[in-house]
Design a binder for this molecule. Structure first.
Ligand SMILES: *[C@@H]1O[C@H](CO)[C@@H](O)[C@H](O)[C@H]1NC(C)=O
Ligand SMILES: *[C@@H]1O[C@H](CO)[C@@H](O)[C@H](O)[C@H]1NC(C)=O
Length: 310
């Protein structure tokens, strides 16, 4: 038993050394993840059959394929910020631009199979930025309210947690909690806000890369609808409409009289309220204005006045 278990690595070693194998290319890290502005190593290992001086090329797949390393030199954006050792490439200070799929190609014209390749995907991680938060400053009790938190740039995408008065809002809700948090979209949703939901809200974005970032907190106040205030407001608006309507009407009527001193057409226009106003006007004008000529009373008008007096 001891003998056979020793045999396996020996066999593997033999296979690897076997001089009849064609060119083979591999990588020890097909997926590379590095933080933005740090260095990245794109590994490429090869073995050739006979050719001691194979051609090494690196390409990057974007919209179209471009050369990274060709004819013994780095090209384009990689010039001056990359180095090669064997076929393994080291990039300095990578940015989002560098993220993508790279291919290491080895061609050994003297070998029976003269081309080999391997792919390496580079992902450039970006720590969270301060998220932008949308927090309403006020809401009415019982209304549905959404608070939003977003950090567009981070890679991988950030997850979000919400804080109320610097206390983490639990994701695991109580049976009677009125909120819902989606940690992936950053939305904190209240189906119906209550007064107790008033407080200072803030949101934290984190993605495991660098420090999590929090947006500036904002106070949200939840208030009841003030029923008496609403009723008073409605009454005031009604009164304003009435006063404006009849005031304008009276002006119109007086203007009409000063020019024509004749019969007016106004009686049919404004009903009860106007009659009251007119009644009052007549009374005051009777006593104070000696030049006042009362308008001719129409029977219909008189009847209305009578009913008002009763
Ligand atoms: C590398 O990627 C290219 C293009 O995506 C593909 O055609 C090729 O088969 C890949 N090579 C390996 C070894 O996976
Ligand atoms: C949930 O509601 C029950 C009664 O309906 C109440 O006794 C309990 O205190 C509430 N829990 C919370 C966390 O508000």
């Amino acid at each position: 038993m001891e003998g056979t278990s020793m045999c396996v690595p020996l066999l593997l070693l033999l296979l690897q050394c076997c001089p009849s194998l064609p060119v083979s290319v591999s990588t020890n890290k097909p997926r590379v993840e590095v933080h933005e502005f740090s260095d990245a190593e794109l590994s490429c290992m090869f073995r050739t059959e006979r050719d001691q001086n194979p051609r090494i090329e690196w390409k990057k797949r974007g919209k179209d394929v471009s050369f990274v390393y060709f004819d013994g030199q780095f090209r384009g954006a990689f010039e001056g910020r990359a180095s090669i050792e064997g076929a393994t490439v080291k990039l300095r200070r990578v940015t989002q631009e560098d993220a993508g799929e790279y291919r290491c190609e080895i061609s050994a014209p003297l070998d029976s199979v003269n081309l080999g390749e391997t792919n390496v995907t580079l992902r450039v991680l970006v720590p969270p930025n301060t998220p932008s938060c949308q927090i309403p400053s006020a809401a009415v009790t019982g209304s549905a309210v959404q608070l939003r938190c977003r950090d567009q740039q981070s890679i991988p995408p950030a997850t979000y947690s919400w804080y109320k008065d610097n206390q983490l809002i639990s994701l695991t809700r109580h049976a009677n909690a009125t909120y819902l948090i989606n940690s992936h979209t950053g939305v904190l949703e209240f189906k119906a806000v209550a007064k107790e939901d008033s407080g200072r809200y803030s949101c934290l974005a984190s993605n495991g890369v660098g420090k999590p970032k929090m947006c500036e907190g904002k106070h949200m106040t939840i208030e009841d609808v003030n029923v008496t205030a609403v009723v008073v407001a409605v009454i005031v608006v009604c009164l304003l409409v009435m006063v404006c309507g009849c005031g304008g009407f009276l002006l119109h009527r007086n203007g009409f009289f000063s020019r024509h001193r004749g019969r007016s057409f106004w009686i049919s226009e404004c009903h009860g309220a106007a009659h009251i106003s007119r009644q009052n006007l007549n009374r005051t004008e009777d006593t104070s204005n000696v030049n006042y000529i009362p308008p001719p009373q129409e029977p219909q008008d008189f009847k209305h006045t009578q009913s008002f007096m009763l």
